[in-house]
Design a protein around this ligand. Structure first.
Ligand code: ADP
Ligand code: GLC
Length: 482
C-alpha cells in the first residue's frame, strides 16, 4: 500500500510538540510492515537551515488563488529509515521566524499558508505518485479532505483516493473569517453549519471531520471525550455524527530516540536491571538547573511541556505554596504562551532553592529531565495522548498525571495495586496535591518505588501495534471508496 502523510510538523526537522514525534515515527513503523510511505512537510526556514540543498523534485506547481497564482517547488528531502520525505517550498509563506505565529499572535495568512500546502500536496502526488490513501494530521492539512471531495471531485485520478484524518488536538481547529472560503476558491454553499461553518467562522478541522473517509484520535479515551461538550470544543456534535468512522488509536513512542539504555543526550545509560546510571543522570540534571547539594532523599519532579492552558499549569501555581513545604525540587522546561512563561518564571524567583524554570525549547534538556527526574508531572486539563508520560515510564521516572485522554489510558494508579504512576481525576488543584503527596510518600519507600520504576520500564508502547491498527483503518477506507 502507498500512503502519503501530510503534516505541519515532523521530527527531526520541525517540531513544537508530539505531533512531530508521531509524524516522524509512525511512517517508519508502516514502512517496516512493508508499506511505501511519503511524508510532506512545509519547507519552513528551520527546515531549510537543516537541509539547505534539498534537490528539486518538481520545479513548479501552480496553486491558484482568486486573483493570482502562487508557484511552489517540491523538494526531495530524501529517504530516511525507509520513508521518503518531500518539502513544499513557498518562501513567501514559509521562510519565516516560526511555524505558526509571532509572539503577538498567529500569522494573519495561516489559511492561505496551509490551504496552499494542502493543495500543493495533492498536486505533487499527481506528479510524484498517487497514493492509495492520504493520512492527514490536524487542522493544518484537514483541507486535503475538503478539496478532494469538492474542487477535485471530477478528477479521475483523485476521486477514488480516501483520506484519513487524525485529530491530535481538538483544541486547535483553524478558525478563519468567512471570506476565506473565497481565498481557497471554495463555493459559498460549503459555508454552512453542516460543512465548513462554525460560529460564523470557517473551521478547517470541521471541514476535515465532515469530509474525511475516516477519523482517528490518539487514544481510546480521547475518542470518547471529544464526543462530549467538555472536550469537543464545539465540534462534539459533528464528531458524534461520524462516530461510526472514528477510531481511537493510542500513539506509540520511538524507543530509538527515547530509551535510557541508548540515549545519546544523557549523562549515563541504565536499564531496569541496572539502575545505577540514573543517579548520575539525576546529578547531571540538577547541575543543568544550577542546583547543588540536593539530598538523595529529596524527590526531583520534572516537567517538559508546551506552556499552554491545556497543560494544567494553573493547578501547579495554585498549590505551589503548599508543595514547596514538601521534600522536593521542581524543574520545569517549556515555552509557549507568554502568560505562562512569566507566571512560571515568577514562581522560580519566589522559591529559588525549590523551583527552577528554563524557558526555551531544548531537546537535550528534555531528555535529561526524563532521565534525571524521579517523578514526571503532567497535570493536563485535557491530553489527547501525551508522549512524555510514556517516555517517563521507559526512563523509570514515575508519572503523576490527571486522568484524562491518553494519560488515563497509559497510567495505572499505584493505590489500586500494581500501578505505574499516580493519578487524580477532579478538575481541581487540590486533587493534584493529594496525588503528589501520595507520590512523595511512596518515594520514601525505596522498595515500592523501585518496583514501580521497573514496572513502567518493562512496558512496551512501541509503534508496531498502532501501525497495524492504522493499516486496518486504511484498508477499510480504501475498500469503502472502491
Ligand atoms: P503536546 O504534543 O501536546 O505538546 P506531547 O506529550 O504529545 O504533548 O508531546 C510533547 C513533545 O514535545 C515531547 O516530545 C516533548 O519532549 C517535547 N517538548 C515539549 N516542550 C518542549 C521543550 N520546551 N523543549 C524540548 N522538547 C519539548
Ligand atoms: C497533540 C496532543 C498530545 C499528543 C500529540 C501527538 O499535540 O496535545 O496529547 O500526544 O498531539 O499525538
Amino acid at each position: 500500500m502507498y500512503i502519503v502523510f501530510a503534516a505541519s510538523e515532523c521530527t527531526p526537522w520541525a517540531k513544537t510538540g508530539g505531533l512531530a514525534d508521531v509524524v516522524g515515527a509512525l511512517p517508519q513503523a508502516l514502512a517496516k510492515l512493508g508499506h511505501t510511505v511519503s511524508v510532506f512537510l512545509p519547507y519552513y526556514r528551520q527546515v531549510a537551515k537543516l537541509v539547505p540543498d534539498a534537490p528539486v523534485a518538481v520545479p513548479s506547481l501552480t496553486i491558484p488563488f482568486p486573483s493570482y497564482n502562487r508557484f511552489v517547488k517540491i523538494l526531495d528531502g530524501g529517504l530516511k529509515d525507509g520513508v521518503q520525505h518531500y518539502f513544499v517550498d513557498s518562501p513567501e509563506l514559509f521562510d519565516r521566524e516560526s511555524f505558526y505565529a509571532t509572539p503577538s499572535g498567529d500569522y494573519a495568512d495561516n489559511a492561505e499558508r496551509f490551504g496552499l500546502f494542502s493543495r500543493a500536496v495533492i498536486e505533487a502526488t499527481k506528479v510524484l505518485g498517487v497514493p492509495d490513501v492520504f493520512h492527514v494530521h490536524d487542522w493544518q492539512v484537514a483541507m486535503i479532505a475538503v478539496l478532494l471531495r469538492s474542487t477535485y471531485f471530477f478528477d479521475p485520478v483523485m476521486r477514488r483516493v480516501p483520506v484519513v484524518l487524525t485529530i491530535h488536538n481538538a483544541g486547535y481547529q483553524g478558525w478563519f473569517p468567512p471570506r476565506t472560503i473565497e481565498t481557497l476558491l471554495l463555493p459559498w454553499d460549503m459555508f454552512t453549519f453542516t460543512k465548513l461553518e462554525q460560529n460564523d467562522t470557517l473551521n478547517f478541522l470541521k471541514g476535515g471531520i465532515v469530509y474525511a473517509d475516516a477519523l482517528t484520535t490518539v487514544s481510546q479515551k480521547y475518542s470518547e471525550e471529544i464526543q462530549t461538550a467538555e472536550f469537543g470544543n464545539g465540534l462534539e456534535d459533528v464528531i458524534r455524527q461520524r462516530s461510526g468512522d472514528l477510531f481511537g488509536i493510542l500513539n506509540g513512542v520511538d524507543y530509538d530516540e527515547w530509551n535510557p539504555a541508548t540515549d545519546r543526550h544523557i549523562a549515563a545509560h541504565y536499564t531496569a536491571d541496572n539502575l545505577d546510571g540514573k543517579k548520575e543522570c539525576r546529578r547531571d540534571l540538577l547541575h543543568a538547573f544550577g542546583l547543588q547539594n540536593v539530598s538523595d532523599e529529596t524527590a526531583v519532579i520534572g516537567v517538559v511541556s508546551r506552556f499552554a492552558t491545556q497543560k494544567g499549569f494553573d493547578f501547579i501555581v495554585t498549590i505551589l505554596d503548599r508543595l514547596v513545604q514538601e521534600d522536593m525540587v521542581l524543574l520545569i522546561l517549556g515555552n509557549g504562551e507568554e502568560y505562562y512563561e512569566r507566571l512560571l518564571s515568577e514562581m522560580a524567583t519566589r522559591f529559588p532553592d525549590k523551583v527552577r524554570v528554563q524557558v526555551k525549547y531544548d531537546n537535550v534538556v528534555a531528555h535529561k529531565i526524563e532521565a534525571g527526574s524521579d517523578i514526571f508531572l503532567m497535570p493536563s486539563r485535557y491530553e489527547p495522548c501525551g508522549l512524555n508520560q510514556i517516555y517517563s515510564l521507559k526512563y523509570g521516572t514515575v508519572p503523576v498525571v490527571r486522568a484524562t485522554g491518553g494519560l488515563e489510558d497509559t497510567i495505572e494508579e499505584q493505590a489500586f495495586g500494581g500501578g505505574n504512576g499516580f493519578k487524580f481525576w477532579g478538575y481541581n488543584a487540590w486533587d493534584l496535591m493529594d496525588a503528589l503527596v501520595r507520590a512523595l510518600g511512596t518515594f520514601k519507600n525505596k522498595d515500592e518505588w523501585t518496583r514501580m520504576m521497573r514496572r513502567g520500564m518493562g512496558q512496551d508502547f512501541s509503534w508496531e501495534k498502532p501501525a497495524h491498527e492504522y493499516v486496518r483503518v486504511y484498508e477499510r477506507v480504501i475498500q469503502n471508496r472502491s
